[in-house]
Design a protein around this ligand. Structure first.
Ligand SMILES: Nc1nc2c(ncn2[C@@H]2O[C@H](COP(=O)(O)OP(=O)(O)OP(=O)(O)O)[C@@H](O)[C@H]2O)c(=O)[nH]1
Length: 457
């Protein structure tokens, strides 16, 4: 629950856009459910959208003021920390999520019983090609519901009026808010499609998602919560096959080439990943292969310092491939587990970029024919649909093996991740949800889907 709340909080712009849109769609042409009782579409009870039995004894429910936004979790971020995590601090309430600063670099901060390395569930090397960490590590290991016997966390409060209330509350008709339902028809489907397109899901994916949501439900009356659930299920179904952690291989060094347009978040992602690898006991070397921008090199040095990882640099304007050659040698001499290589991202000068990347790969292969072992494409979620053409372009320039989507915290365009998964099926290894060193989360399809659809956990 706590980490779900955090993810949802970080995805707030995307989720509130979809949430507000769904509410408007259902209210427009919807009517109050006579008994206001919300059937659970997934756990038996009345089928989704089935007409409610006529009410005989209950007065019409009084409209209530909007229920307040649930207080966010007081549980801290899931950071990359030193392997010996100290015992968890006593819980300190954090009343306002917006004022909840991410832990500072180097601050150990571990959820009891959780994996301290969200992207590295198993710090031991796996056999060649094994996904690392195994599916389901990281965020998904955090229980989404309070263990039985404990008081439910505040954000587990009943989100929708009409849900199972106390007997007296029901009889007296207090503590209720009417549930609005709207019949699912072509007009409503069109509005849903439009909404998903504005959330950057792209036309094809939006059409597919809404068609699947509507299957067998045309003519039924649906509430906002039910539509959110259907939407989240559909998104999770698309995302499930692509949610794959970055594989680790036994080769030393494992060479990770990081590509992407300028500003997409390559440097930051390299810093965050290096920090997590380090925390898992891996030795890492970084090569600042974007030799065109002195500022990019300096920035990488700062991240290297934060992560405690050496950064190899070359003078501005020098040959990136020769730096990479030296970096390969250094990584071998140091017996480093990983070599992470930053690259320039000037897509506007595509032929130069292509030549440079090809040269870098040739040089890497002089040392190890099987390298690079991973080519990570870093995409900025705020670019929306443009991310799709970036994938197209970089797949022509390099052998992209997986994606990292950054800046999901600052955009209403989170739906683009669904479009990417639907169109390319490339593995999504991680998502960036902030600028701090531990703001890189493993990609959990179900949590992402719920957060994007604006569902409470
Ligand atoms: N909010 C947010 N900002 C991010 C995230 N990832 C990166 N950034 C910010 O995006 C900006 C660009 O990130 P960089 O890592 O420098 O991007 P780059 O691809 O290396 O760019 P160049 O150095 O120009 O090649 C920086 O201000 C980062 O702090 C993220 O997940 N969330």
């Amino acid at each position: 629950m706590a980490f779900f709340s955090k993810l949802r909080n970080r995805l707030r712009k995307s989720s509130s856009k979809i949430e507000a849109g769904l509410e408007a769609i259902v209210e427009d042409g919807g009517t109050e459910d006579p008994d206001g009782v919300r059937p659970d579409p997934l756990e038996g009870g009345r089928d989704v959208g089935e007409a409610a039995p006529a009410q005989q004894f209950m007065p019409p429910p009084e409209p209530l003021a909007d229920y307040p936004e649930a207080p966010q979790s007081s549980v801290p971020d899931l950071p990359a920390v030193a392997p010996e995590a100290p015992p968890p601090p006593p819980p300190a309430p954090v009343p306002d999520p917006d004022e909840d600063p991410a832990p500072r670099v180097g601050e150990p901060d571990v959820e009891p019983g959780s994996d301290p390395y969200p992207l590295l569930a198993n710090p031991e090397p796996e056999p060649t090609g094994t996904a690392y960490p195994p599916q389901g590590a990281g965020l998904s290991q955090i229980p989404l519901a309070a263990p039985s016997g404990e008081a439910p966390p505040p954000d587990a409060e009943d989100p929708e009026p009409g849900e199972r209330r106390g007997f007296f509350g029901r009889v007296l008709g207090r503590d209720r808010k009417p549930v609005i339902r709207r019949e699912l028809d072509d007009e409503m489907l069109e509005s849903l499609e439009e909404l998903l397109i504005t959330a950057d899901m792209g036309v094809d994916t939006a059409l597919r998602v809404t068609a699947n949501m509507a299957e067998g439900r045309l003519g039924k009356r649906l509430s906002v919560e039910e539509i959110k659930t259907l939407l989240a299920d559909e998104i999770a179904r698309i995302m499930e096959p692509v949610a794959r952690p970055m594989p680790l291989y036994p080769q030393k060094p494992q060479v990770v080439l990081v590509v992407g347009v300028n500003g997409s978040g390559k440097t930051t992602t390299i810093g965050k990943l290096a920090s997590q690898f380090r925390a898992a006991g891996k030795t890492v070397v970084i090569a600042a292969g974007d030799t065109f921008r002195a500022a990019a090199v300096e920035q990488l040095q700062v991240w290297g310092e934060r992560a405690g990882v050496p950064v190899l640099t070359a003078p501005e304007g020098s040959d990136a491939a020769s730096l990479v050659y030296d970096a390969m040698q250094r990584a071998r001499t140091d017996q480093a587990d990983l070599l992470m290589i930053d690259t320039a991202g000037r897509l506007q000068n595509r032929s130069d970029l292509m030549e440079e990347l090809a040269k870098i790969v040739r040089v890497i292969r002089k040392h190890d024919e099987s390298a690079p072992h991973n080519t990570l494409l870093v995409l900025d979620a705020t670019t929306g649909q443009n991310a799709l053409s970036q994938v197209d372009a970089f797949r022509k320039l390099s052998d992209v093996s997986g994606l990292v989507m950054t800046k999901l915290d600052g955009t209403a365009k989170g739906g683009v991740l669904v479009a990417l998964a639907d169109r390319f099926g490339l593995p999504i290894h991680a998502i960036g949800v902030g600028e701090q060193i531990d703001d890189l989360s493993p990609f959990d399809p179900e949590e992402f889907a719920k957060a994007l659809a604006g569902l409470d956990a």
